[in-house]
Ligand binder design. Structure first.
Ligand code: DMJ
Length: 601
């Protein structure tokens, strides 16, 4: 396989703020008399919170800038594409209803007014319809949108308000990660996908449900990680894309409910917290009462945005405390074990993985750096060091080129790879630019090889859908052996990697592979009541698991849609996707001092 060319990221730098943007407050308070907490005089364009007032600079008249709304009338050719579509180019507009509703909501839930401070929005580039020029590509994209509509309409009809849908039984589905609640996980997870696809009525429907029904005072024991990536990530992305205040308000209300999970002797959060009582605990199956690396290590992006939007330093401090604690610990062979006891601060079993239990910890180190406009060099260095250890100890190519192993259990390397691990192809490609010793080509190549391996795992099945885990053993290559590893539950990771590889290389095979997967999903997972996972991808007559996972709408269909859109829809220079595919804007940290942080200049 040849090394694909890396499309330059650095050639498309985000322009510095125009005087007009500064006047509107987009880059910070232009008032020369404004003083920071440290008593320094603020630079124009440098946004520093005052701890006392928690006021932040905002646009003239206290208004935030509007996004270009793909749910609204289609953008004009001049205004709809690329940098022409950037926020500061459009007429400032804000839906007053959203703001009033948010205010009403705060009063209703908290018994008193508690307005969030106005915040200058980061630059929101590339919120447009991303229409592809090629009619064939457009046709494929239209098909993906139709699939989204089928998934949403089915949930709307049979599972509305429940967390997920049982598409065969045609009723709501409840999963233990959200306790016994009915928090509309599918609605929150799907919102930004609906927005990006221009499904306006559906988006409004979801918004209305959230305004009227989404309540976090419920007696439910939820996963801190899942609630963070799906609910907080989903609400924040919906807020940034649509400008509707209600999403920000709800995200903050929910985040406050998660904070008691951090009340442990070490500050490493419990895996679960009861939203009503604030009591936390860990999963019974986790080694020695441990918290899980991929769970407590996948909070950073959302929590930094929460501090940015609220002025409350608590969120930022919680995640930075985790980072500092990890930095001080011994790591066997430079690897991070998946289990850490929140009472003792000691590692549990020495299992390491780039798949389940470990995966998004590594992803968030890289994305913390990207989201800080590459100023968080500590995060980048930690990522680089971790990846180096992973390459040294966990990645082995099998006899045939391009096959990998990613798990290490007490010194034993497992000749196995999980579907979850397939996200790593996209991560390596995303981290290629900026890698040490100019290893960009190497990491892009690694991303391409993982994409190839994961495609093989799909291609070697009857349904052309990937199994949950596959082995490289006794002559087997990328094939599941155990019956309980042959299922496909509408997961996104392989398509996610295709999309990143497409963005960085424009090699047409990634669109072709994505289209193969989309067709297989439509053929084998579609039922009249939505989409279902299947129990055996090697059987020509598969049975269904009867669950339409919320991440199918949040991630799988979004990545497919983006794969067949033009690159100026949510460009990777301006947006960082959380691990549930919710896009959050890059924060230009050279111009911002978050409360609770040291100046990062
Ligand atoms: C999603 O919720 C997220 O991608 C998470 O990081 C891992 N698992 C699922 C999808 O498979």
């Amino acid at each position: 396989m040849t090394t694909p060319a890396l499309l330059p990221l650095s050639g498309r730098r985000i322009p510095t703020l125009s005087p007009e943007a500064l006047r509107l407050g987009l880059g910070g308070r232009a008032d020369p008399a404004h003083r920071t907490r440290e008593g320094r005089q603020a630079q124009p364009g440098h946004h520093t919170w005052s701890r006392r007032t928690r006021r932040a600079p905002t646009q003239a008249g206290g208004r935030e800038p509007a996004r270009q709304d793909p749910c609204g009338p289609r953008a004009s050719a001049a205004g709809g594409q690329g940098e022409a579509a950037q926020v500061q180019g459009g007429a400032p507009r804000r839906d007053p209803d959203g703001e009033e509703q948010a205010g009403r909501d705060l009063k209703r839930r908290d018994g008193g007014p508690k307005p969030l401070p106005p915040v200058p929005l980061p630059k929101l580039l590339g919120i447009n319809d991303g229409d592809p020029a090629d009619p064939d590509v457009k046709e494929k994209r239209d098909k993906i949108r139709e699939m989204m509509k089928h998934a949403w309409d089915s949930y709307r009809q049979y599972g509305w308000g429940h967390n997920e849908l049982k598409p065969l039984a045609k009723k709501g589905h409840s999963t233990n990660i959200f306790g016994n609640s009915q928090m509309g996980a599918t609605i929150v997870d799907a919102l930004d996908t609906l927005f990006i696809m221009g499904l306006r009525d559906e988006f409004k429907d979801g918004q209305e449900w959230i305004e009227q029904n989404l309540d976090f005072g419920v007696n439910a024991e939820v996963s801190v990680f899942e609630v963070n990536i799906r609910f907080i990530g989903g609400l924040l992305a919906a807020y940034y894309l649509s400008g509707q205040e209600v999403f920000k308000v709800k995200a903050v209300q929910l985040a406050e409910k998660l904070l008691p999970a951090f009340n442990t002797p070490t500050g490493i959060p419990w895996a679960m917290v009861n939203l009503k009582s604030g009591v936390g605990r860990n999963w019974g199956w986790a080694s020695a009462g441990s918290s899980i690396l991929a769970e407590f290590g996948t909070l950073h992006m959302e929590f930094v945005h929460l501090t940015y939007l609220t002025g409350n330093p608590a969120y930022y401090q919680k995640v930075m405390h985790i980072r500092k604690l990890l930095a001080k610990m011994d790591r066997p062979n430079g690897l991070y074990p998946n289990y850490l006891n929140p009472r003792t601060g000691r590692w549990g079993q020495h299992h390491t993985s780039v798949g389940g239990l470990g995966d998004s910890f590594y992803e968030y180190l890289l994305k913390a750096w990207l989201m800080s406009d590459k100023t968080d060099t500590e995060a980048r260095k930690t990522y680089d060091d971790a990846i180096e250890a992973i390459e040294r100890h966990l990645i082995r190519k099998s006899r045939r080129p391009s096959h990998f192993h990613f798990r290490w259990k007490n010194g034993h390397l497992e000749r196995k790879m999980g579907h979850l691990t397939c996200f790593a192809g996209g991560m390596f490609a995303l981290g290629a630019d900026g890698s040490p010793e100019d290893k960009a080509g190497h990491y892009l190549q690694l991303g391409a090889e993982i994409a190839h391996t994961c495609h093989e795992s799909y291609d070697r099945t009857v349904l052309k859908l990937g199994p949950e885990a596959f082995k490289f053993d006794s002559g087997l290559e990328a094939v599941a052996v155990r019956q309980n590893e042959k299922y496909y539950i509408l997961r996104p990771e392989v398509i996610e990697t295709y999309w990143y590889m497409w963005r960085f290389t424009h090699d047409p095979k990634y669109r072709q592979w994505g289209w193969e997967a989309a067709q297989a999903i439509d053929k084998y997972c579609r039922v009249s009541g939505g989409f279902s996972g299947v129990k055996d991808v090697y059987s020509s007559n598969p049975t269904y698991d009867d669950v339409q996972q919320s991440f199918f709408l949040a991630e799988t269909l979004k990545y497919l849609y983006l794969l067949f859109s033009s690159d100026d829809l949510l460009p990777l220079e301006s947006w960082v996707f959380n691990t549930e595919a919710h896009p959050l804007p890059v924060l230009h940290m050279a111009n911002i001092t978050l409360p609770g942080s040291e100046p990062q200049r």
